[in-house]
Design a binder for this molecule. Structure first.
Ligand SMILES: O=C(O)C(=O)C[C@]1(C(=O)O)C=C[C@@H](O)C=C1
Length: 358
């Protein structure tokens, strides 16, 4: 896939002085709720009004969206406020209706991105249509699947593109509704710096009190914008009440967020940055030397075990190493999650090396 500045023209052409803000209720519920929310959002940094018309619910019986009757409400939002409007489409019929009511931007939901058949159906229905399409990450942390979704639209001739990071499904997570797994978005940004990347903090947090913090992380990582669920009366929302905020709270949030510059040409900044980067370069190459030394020792252990016909995996020893290193890391201010991830990777590599010993 080749993503160029052409693909982000729709966003650049808006000439915004701040990251794009897409806001509005999780679901369009009534005409009054949609219009009241939109009029309050008009006086905030919001550029695009969002509202779910069709809602994919985990289990049947929940509110599945108002459907087609809600689309004229979005048209009214456009006429009365001048904001662009966007909604999620999940199949070819949704696309047909969204086009009929001239919705400006379409997004593909996380539960659709996981299914290449569904994405292809939507891409085919959009052939010849020149509207921006934003692809949410799939529910599982699979970068190629996410990019594959974008590629299907590109292959169908849709050049106005972008992605929305809404986090990844997780079981029993205390802190997040959907884990952000920032490294995937960083990887995506590294490979496709021109692909607009928008954060959906509402679905990552699943609650109001952490939205600011998570949104700030995105701005620190140079995201292009935010999509925030906003409702005139969040506690009474028909879907995802816990994660929605009022337009006034959104306004305060955008005031509190610090927008970072890509870089600074200040001499002092550049001098200090270069010095620290050199320090990191030296430490990184020492890390590689130390890891290579460790793997050589693992290879020697592998040879010993091979000769004596002893199993490679030694669960007791591995558990001891991990517990000791987590404690040592904690003493130095390193998080358990970080130390665990590094040592798990080291252990797997050590086992692989021992496997290859003849
Ligand atoms: O101590 C061992 O027996 C090893 O093989 C080394 C090592 C490690 O890399 O630390 C690797 C595999 C085992 O599961 C436990 C530990």
């Amino acid at each position: 896939m080749e993503i160029t500045k052409e693909n982000r023209k729709w966003l650049d052409a808006m000439g915004l002085s701040h990251p794009i803000v897409i806001a509005g209720p999780c679901s369009a519920e009534t005409e009054e709720q949609v219009l009241k929310t939109a009029h309050l959002l008009k006086d905030t940094d919001t550029n695009v009004f969002r509202a779910g018309i069709w809602k994919p619910r985990t289990r049947p019986g929940g509110f599945e969206g108002v459907g087609e009757i809600g689309l004229p409400w979005l048209q009214k939002v456009k006429e009365e406020t001048g904001m662009l409007v966007t909604t999620e489409v999940g199949n070819a019929q949704h696309v047909e209706l969204a086009l009929k009511y001239d919705i400006d931007i379409l997004w593909i939901g996380a539960r659709t991105t996981v299914n290449p058949f569904a994405v292809q159906e939507i891409a085919d229905a959009l052939k010849g249509v020149n509207k921006p399409v934003l692809v949410k990450n799939p529910v599982n942390p699979d970068l190629p699947l996410w990019l594959g979704g974008v590629e299907r639209f590109q292959a169908a001739g849709i050049s106005q593109l972008g992605v929305i990071h809404r986090g990844f499904s997780t079981y029993n997570s205390l802190h997040y509704r959907n884990k952000p797994k920032w490294h995937l978005a960083i990887e995506l940004k590294k490979e496709f710096p021109d692909l607009p990347l928008i954060l959906d903090p509402s679905h990552i947090c699943g609650r109001r009190d952490t939205l600011l913090d998570v949104s700030q992380t995105a701005l620190d990582l140079n995201y292009d914008g935010l999509m925030v669920e906003t409702h005139i009366d969040p506690d009474k929302a028909w879907s995802d009440a816990a994660q929605q905020i009022t337009p006034a709270q959104l306004h305060q949030m955008t005031l509190d967020l610090k927008i970072r510059q890509k870089s600074s040409s200040g001499e002092e900044f550049q001098r200090k940055l270069n010095m620290h980067r050199k320090e990191l370069d030296l430490i990184d190459s020492s890390l590689i030397d130390i890891l290579a030394d460790r793997m050589q020792i693992a290879e020697s252990i592998g040879r010993l075990k091979h000769k004596e016909n002893v199993a490679i995996l030694q669960s007791g020893r591995w558990a001891d190493i991990l517990a000791t290193m987590i404690q040592a890391g904690a003493d130095k201010g390193l998080s358990k999650e970080f130390v665990e991830e590094i040592f798990k990777a080291i252990h797997v590599e050590s086992i692989n090396i021992q496997h290859n010993v003849k």
